[in-house]
Design a protein around this ligand. Structure first.
Ligand code: ZN
Length: 298
């Protein structure tokens, strides 16, 4: 297992972590500057932040800073009530693939979606099996395009509390079942990333009794991303109360050992949504804390 205690060369910052500083929105280019000034070598930006800053300007800034991506956030949201909705989701996802490619991302992260309409507070139906079938079909269709662009897709299972509105794929086992069904031919002698794999976000999967076994099942080729933060007790908001590594109950180092046992050698991406705490602090303080905790608690 790599020693993270001496430096932060394998730290990546998911830019949502500092999308706000003292409660105010931070432009993505400012985030990139602040990361570069601290020797942070990688980031994972969100599409809305990239759109605000301008895709080509972000690509230029990444190049100027010699900064890598650990992933691009995000595609997905496949389910819909009708064919037009499914097509719209597909078209949007193709654009996300194109942007990921322009930015040189190693993978496009997929948050697959839940019941159509639920994210807006009005689920169109209660048919989660149908949503899951649409997710399966949607990923299979998108994969054809993503393959032609050489952009791996990383399915991110979300904690079951998001099954209705954000992702009806809730365990690593479910995500890997999809991978095996849609993209079955994986040569084990090959070490390149699979066309379809998973993003392991500890916030979502830490509780799973099958976690270690499913990480082993994924193997190096399907382990495309590793996201870290912490689970606070109590958690006061289902979406926006993620903790800084070391402040909660997740044994992050243990799980990092499991993914590295499989040969994962990528970045540990810090992804914290924290409306009442970290987004209220100064961006510099948050980044410095991420660096310190990356060394001590990841
Ligand atoms: Zn994540």
């Amino acid at each position: 297992m790599r020693d993270f205690s001496q430096d932060h060369r394998w730290l990546s910052i998911n830019t949502a972590t500092v999308r706000k500083s003292r409660g105010a929105d931070v432009p993505l280019l400012d985030i990139l500057d602040a990361c570069a000034a601290r020797g942070i070598r990688a980031v994972a930006p969100w599409r809305d932040q990239v759109a605000s800053a301008g895709l080509s300007r972000v690509a230029s800034a990444l190049k100027a800073h010699d900064m890598a991506l650990s992933g691009y956030c995000r595609g997905g949201m496949f389910p819909a009530t009708d064919g037009a909705g499914l097509q719209a989701a597909h078209d949007e996802n193709r654009r996300a693939v194109d942007e990921a490619r322009t930015l040189g991302a190693p993978c496009l992260v997929l948050v697959v979606g839940g019941l159509p309409g639920a994210l807006d507070g009005k689920a169109a139906d209660k048919d989660i099996a149908r949503a899951r079938a649409q997710v399966h079909e949607g990923i299979a269709r998108l994969l054809e395009y993503a393959r032609s662009c050489q952009m791996p897709l990383a399915i991110e299972p979300l904690h079951p509390m998001y099954a209705a509105d954000r992702a009806c794929v809730n365990t690593l086992e479910q995500a890997l079942d999809l991978c095996d069904a849609i993209d079955p031919a994986l040569a084990t002698a090959d070490t390149r990333p699979a066309d379809l794999g998973v993003a392991v976000d500890m916030y979502h999967v830490w509780w799973d009794p099958k976690l270690q076994a499913q990480i082993a099942r994924a193997g190096q080729r399907r382990l495309l991303a590793f996201h870290v933060c912490d689970w606070l007790t109590p958690t006061t908001d289902l979406l926006l109360d993620r903790g800084m590594m070391g402040d909660g109950v997740i044994d992050i180092a243990q799980a990092r050992g499991w993914v590295e046992d499989q040969g994962f050698a990528g970045y540990s991406e810090v992804e914290i949504f924290s409306a009442a705490n970290w987004w209220q602090r100064e961006m510099g303080e948050v980044l410095d804390t991420c660096i310190a905790r990356h060394r001590s608690a990841v």
